[in-house]
Design a protein around this ligand. Structure first.
Ligand code: UT7
Length: 311
């Protein structure tokens, strides 16, 4: 079977900066509460005329450039989002036209904050079997469209953004070594959109702390490795306390975990690729590193992968 991995990665995090101090003006909250309970200091809300497909487009252009691949070579576009421009057509179809990818099939994936991992796992199947060669996987959200800015339980947590990865064949021993995907519908109502975002934070917190650690260990073991082999952790950026719990479970030092939650808040499916891009720029992820990516979210769902960075 053909190994699959990431050829290029890009992100989009532009928009209107909203600090905790800005939120203090309209909500019964404080910078102190938000920082100590979540690690968030600011978030970015996309401009009114920028929707999920626009953010996806900008992230995709950067990923294709890094991958040195023309969009016309794409076989499949997968956009993981819970905030599409429209219920239909899909964001993927909008992108297929805008990017100029005439041979690409297109579909959106709904797996909330674990959506990017679900997308990578789906892409890997097509490449492994030889059905497709080049798959564009995107996580993109305009959560500001569905967040109730009068609800302090949720308004302080979320932000907008997009991240994209070009997934293609890689050499033996590189790329994705293992995946774990899961779902527990019993907790489905804990985070829902009805009609705006509603969350039972405490329940989600407990689930996340347990699942992030467990899934991280599981993918490492599935790859035939141990936690001592892990070089870097890229967790879903929801809350620094949840992320730290996963890092401690892997017994990694503090600087071996991607952390961008203070800058962008929780950007759902886009948080993992956005964090990847930043840590690659910072030189924290290097060729040959064993990376664990892990996410969780509404569903409740989770997903993790262990991958060897490089093509
Ligand atoms: O991508 C997945 C999406 N979801 C998540 O990742 C959420 C996971 N959960 C969490 O991150 C945390 O549970 C929260 C950050 C949402 C809340 O933190 P917590 O430490 O679990 O606080 P809590 O829910 O136990 O609430 C403590 C208190 C409550 O007051 P009482 O009942 O003790 O009087 C809340 O009403 O904090 C209050 N509170 C706030 N106070 C100031 C809740 N939100 C705020 C706020 N500012 N923004």
């Amino acid at each position: 079977m053909q190994n699959a991995g990431i050829w290029g990665i890009g992100s989009f995090t532009e928009g209107r900066e909203v600090t905790n101090f800005d939120l203090e003006k309209t909500l019964d909250t404080s910078d102190e509460w938000i920082r100590t309970r979540t690690g968030i200091e600011r978030r970015v809300f996309a401009e009114d005329d920028v929707d999920t497909s626009d953010m996806s487009y900008y992230a995709a252009v950067d990923a294709l450039k890094e991958a040195e691949l023309d969009a016309s070579e794409l076989d499949l576009i997968l956009v993981a989002t819970v905030t599409p421009d429209y219920p239909f057509p899909s964001v993927s179809s909008l992108l297929q036209e805008r990017l100029g990818a005439p041979k690409a099939a297109a579909m959106d994936i709904s797996a909330a904050c674990a959506g990017f991992i679900y997308g990578l796992a789906t892409a890997e199947q097509f490449i492994k079997t030889g059905m497709y060669k080049h798959v564009l996987v995107i996580g993109a959200e305009k959560l500001s469209k569905v967040t109730d800015m009068d609800d302090r339980n949720t308004a302080v947590l979320f932000g907008d953004g997009a991240g994209a990865a070009v997934v293609g064949p890689v050499d033996e021993g590189k790329g994705f070594l293992s995946f774990e995907l899961g779902s527990d519908g019993e907790g489905a109502m804990h985070i829902r959109q009805d009609p705006q975002l509603i969350m039972n934070g405490r329940e989600v917190f407990k689930f996340a702390v347990r699942q992030m650690g467990e899934s991280s260990i599981n993918v490492v073991e599935k790859a035939g490795l141990t936690k001592d082999d892990v070089d870097f952790l890229v967790p879903h950026q929801a809350n620094i306390r949840i992320m730290e719990a996963a890092r401690e479970r892997l017994e990694l030092p503090k600087d071996k975990m991607a952390a961008t939650v203070h800058k962008y808040g929780n950007t759902s499916s886009s948080s993992i690729p956005i964090a990847m891009v930043e840590e690659l720029k910072n030189g924290k992820i290097k060729e040959g590193d064993l990376i664990v990516m892990v996410g969780f979210g509404s569903g409740l769902v989770w997903g993790a992968t262990a991958m060897r960075w490089g093509r």
